[in-house]
Ligand binder design. Sequence first.
Ligand SMILES: NC(=O)c1ccc[n+]([C@@H]2O[C@H](COP(=O)([O-])OP(=O)(O)OC[C@H]3O[C@@H](n4cnc5c(N)ncnc54)[C@H](O)[C@@H]3O)[C@@H](O)[C@H]2O)c1
Length: 344
Amino acid sequence: MAILVTGGAGYIGSHMVWTLLDAGEQVVVLDRLSTGFRWAVAPEARFYLGDVADADVLKTIFIENDIEAIIHFAGSAVVPVSVADPLSYYDNNSGKTRALMSAAIDAGVRHFVFSSTAAVYGPQKTTDPVKEDASLNPENPYGQSKLMTEFMLRDAAAAYDFNYVALRYFNVAGADPKGRAGQSTAGATHLIKVACEAALGRRDSVSVYGIDYPTHDGTGVRDYIHVSDLAEAHLKALQHLRRGRGSLVANCGYGAGYSVLDVLNMVTRLHGHSFKIHMAPRRPGDSASVVADSTLAHRVLEWTPQYDSLETIVRSALDWELFLMDRNVDDLQGIHRVLAAAAF
Ligand SMILES: NC(=O)c1ccc[n+]([C@@H]2O[C@H](COP(=O)([O-])OP(=O)(O)OC[C@H]3O[C@@H](n4cnc5c(N)ncnc54)[C@H](O)[C@@H]3O)[C@@H](O)[C@H]2O)c1
């Protein structure tokens, strides 16, 4: 039986594909390549180009493969764009997931793992680690569109022979320690990626929004989770569903935060070159500190992170950025040749 990974050509999805293959699973990828890259998909995975709401593509996938579970990463994930164009986010993140769930349930696929986000909680008033039962108050259409999907999953699991795990990711960063995948998104807004690009001279400066927060150095604190640990959490979620242990919503983070300046200092220290930092006012809706309480994922999914260190995360992100700079990322064959030749 095979696992269908939607969005498997994107940042997190491409790591998931490697994690599944490493675990001996058969993998099918569905991606429309709106932000992902065909070359980012491991050659051992079977690739379908298409939209997650395209009934014909889904029918073909379900006929040609014995799909046991879906791990659903496909979606839109840029908060300011969701504010400027909310209906496109409700369409791609909520509406199209509904279509995918419906096709999956009709085809008898019982297990579904979903990419949710800490954005479902909204701004935090305290700096305490956030638990799953915190109030759900998304500040933007992105968080709202993901929360709507969580509600659809909950209701579908109550009504049909269907179960799910929704993982609420905190700040995902880093790259595959074996160098096979990383974040390649053009114009990415994630701090660690942006800082690595600046260190390598691919950006002029990095903006720091807010230096007067009640944190150890005045800048915002976030919980950065290594993308490979996150992929491992999905594998654990899949095993949880296979064992019939029921649906679950769980946070994925390390429970410890680093400030914006901690991150920038780490990038400078590891790369050896400083870059321009632009101090800017706070952005509306940003919290001083957002850190996960992931006790549930540790206890119920038996998830044990391996790369829980800012230095490890930043080092892998820098290595990937250097790789991207050295290669022509449009050259699929060239990239696969390089990856195949690398000593993993
Ligand atoms: N990166 C983070 O820090 C973060 C945090 C929380 C949640 N998430 C969620 O994780 C998921 C993956 O995020 P990412 O950072 O890898 O993003 P990404 O943009 O790199 O990957 C998304 C992939 O989905 C594909 N896609 C989008 N809409 C599609 C559709 N309708 N049909 C088929 N393919 C489609 C894109 O082409 C891309 O390959 C998203 O759902 C995102 O909301 C990400």
